[in-house]
Each structure stands twice: as C-alpha cells, then as structure tokens.
Design a protein around this ligand. Structure first.
Ligand SMILES: N[C@@H](CCC[C@H](N)C(=O)O)C(=O)O
Length: 266
C-alpha cells in the first residue's frame, strides 16, 4: 500500500513528512532509519510524522537520521506550519505556536530551561582535550529548548573540526540522553553557527540550535535581541527575552511530494 510523503527543508535541514492523519503509518526506529537513508531510502536529516492531537492543531513526531525519536525540531516546525496551516503543534518537547508570515514562517518554541534534571548548567568541559582552535572557551552553556543543546562560543566556528569532537561531546556521560553540539562565533553583532546534531551529525542548519545559541548569547549579554543567526544553509532571526518563549523566523521550502511503499522496508 503506498503512502504519500512531502520532502521539505528549512535552510537545507531536510525532512520527509508523512501525514498519519489521512493514512495509516506505524513508524518504528528501523523504518525511520530506512526512509532517512540517502542511498537506500528517500533521504533526510529527520523523519516527521503528523498525527491527530487533542491539545493542538496537529501532533508532530520527530525521528533523527539514526532512528532515535526526539522532542523537538525547529526547522521542521516551520515546514509543518507552512504545509498544513496548523497554528499549534504538539511535540514531546512542548507546544509550538506558528504562522506563515509573507515569504517565511514564524514559530514560538517553549521558554528555555538552563541545566535541567541531571544536566549540568555548564558543561564540565575538560578543555585540555580541546584543540587550540577552540580558543579560551567562554562559559559553555547546556540548555533545553524542548530538546537538549550545549553551546560553545569560539573565536571562529569555521576552523573547528566539529566532525571530530562533535560525536564525543554528543555521547559524553554528562548527557544521559545525548545532546546537540553548537559552536558559534560572533561577528558584527550576528551569530555564526555550526551544529553537530544528536542523531543526525553535521547539518546545513539547526533551528533549535539557532534558538539555543541565541538564548545563550542574549542571557550572557553577548548580543541583543532580535539576533540574526547565520548557518551554512542560510539565516534565521531569533527573538527572546528571559521568561519568554523563543521566536524563530525563517523560510520553509517544499521540494516535492511523492509516494512510497513502506512495506518494502519491513
Ligand atoms: N534539525 C532540528 C533538530 C532535530 C532534532 C535534534 N537533532 C535532536 O536530536 O534534538 C532543528 O531544526 O531543530
């Protein structure tokens, strides 16, 4: 039996979106991994499944490239708002509000939490194991914007070998559920960001990473809100003040829709 899917991206962070409200989709880690596979499946950073919700317009479930189901996805939130016209999304990381604005989409993520449950406020970094390029690290902050992020401010994000150290920080015992790793530099009042994503590796953009990094910079008075966050796939504008939800503004692109036989992956 074929299922319809949509291929979308937010600044090159790409998604396969299946609507489980109109067709039966029983998602598993194995099936998500198979669909996300860029050689053997459709290919994406995250697999998104829409389901009915009793507390929002739609429930959005998210699986990373490795098949792990996670709490939140900023770029996908904009894509789902653009695709469905939903104004509220239920995620396991909290309720996301959104609306299409002109050529872009604006979403509000839940207010951030600094150091939560058993996550330290500041990552207990053994800086001795960091290459010199990481420079004199300012306060690496761990925070949740629905999903977990650690943010390092470095002299120049472009020279950081994130594919080397990203995995070891992602899997550090300090983060029992693993973590998304952000390295950012400040230039002319803007943030320049690269993210090693939990379960998906280096991506062209990370919406929740942009939100977490902007919040970490604002709370340490390194920038003022609203702030532009530049990533390899493009830029987002983040607006936040302590105690508030986090507003993210940026594009959502529909690439194509297709059909696929899920049973082939059984
Ligand atoms: N790319 C997404 C984040 C997707 C989930 C993240 N990798 C995690 O494991 O929490 C975004 O745009 O926020």
């Amino acid at each position: 039996m074929t299922r319809q899917f949509h291929k979308m991206h937010g600044l090159g962070n790409d998604f396969v979106i299946l609507d489980g409200r109109t067709q039966a989709v029983a998602m598993t880690a194995e099936l998500a991994r198979a669909l996300a596979d860029r050689q053997l499946g459709i290919g994406c950073d995250q697999l998104i499944l829409l389901e009915p919700s009793t507390i929002a317009d739609v429930k959005m479930r998210i699986w990373n490239h490795d098949g792990g189901e996670v709490e939140s996805c900023g770029n996908a939130s904009r894509c789902v708002v653009a695709l469905t016209g939903a104004e509220t999304l239920e995620t396991s990381g909290g309720i996301v509000a959104g609306s299409s604005k002109g050529s872009g989409v604006e979403v509000d993520l839940p207010a951030p939490r600094f150091g939560w449950d058993d996550i330290p406020l500041s990552y207990p970094m053994d800086t001795a194991r960091l290459p010199m390029a990481w420079g004199p690290l300012t306060h690496p902050l761990a925070l949740s914007v629905g999903n977990p992020h650690v943010v390092f401010f470095v002299p120049d994000e472009r020279i950081i070998e994130l594919d080397e150290l990203g995995p070891s920080i992602e899997h550090d015992p300090a983060f029992p559920d693993r973590i998304n790793v952000n390295v950012a530099a400040l230039r002319e009042g803007d943030i320049y960001l690269r993210t090693w994503e939990r379960g998906s590796g280096l991506t062209l953009a990370c919406g929740t990473g942009a939100c977490a990094t902007a919040v970490a910079a604002i709370v340490q008075k390194m920038v003022t809100s609203p702030v532009r966050v530049h990533m390899r796939g493009g830029e987002l504008t983040i607006t936040w003040a302590p105690g508030e939800t986090i507003r993210m503004q940026g594009p959502a692109t529909h690439v194509f829709k297709g059909e696929i036989e899920l049973e082939q992956f059984a």
